[in-house]
Design a protein around this ligand. Sequence first.
Ligand code: G3H
Length: 192
Amino acid sequence: PRCIWLSRHGESVYNVEKKIGGDSSLSARGFQYASKLPEIVRESAGDVNLTVWTSTLCRTQQTAESLPYKQLQWKALDELDAGVCDGMTYEEIEVKYPDDFKARDDDKYEYRYPGGESYRDVVIRLEPIIMELERQENILIVTHQAVLRCIYAYFMNVPQEESPWMSIPLHTLIKLEPRAYGTEVTRIKADI
Ligand code: G3H
């Protein structure tokens, strides 16, 4: 039976600095996750032949680097574009753009960063990815929190409006097995 595995990139330098967006490298812990990932995937997937999909950002490729499978990069898997807030911390956004900060909290699904994207925008740009996923066999997707929330909501039949609030932890491999009665989920937390 076909499965889909999902993982966020390992912890990045920006994650440590609490900055959003950007294209930073993995932190030391992030690289530890990247080096453990092949073993974690193998334990979950066995011998099945996977294809790995990453975004075009450096942190997802560094995370997937040691995986012994064919890899494909998709621009459509890049993180939600925070526009003018790219590279800022949430505290900085609250000071510099207080109205935006509040508007986002009020309607996180529809809120679009000035010059950037909303969750709704991400859901729309993920449509070709979802269509391709439905056609493919076993795929491991290494991407970003906002993007994974939307993909996860789709397969779990959660209304997309709820996806911005879902928790997708770092350093955790999520296995989705679509079944007749719904999708079975297994979460494997890396020990780092
Ligand atoms: O850097 C962006 C985060 O992955 C998305 O988090 O939508 O909860 O601000 P947020």
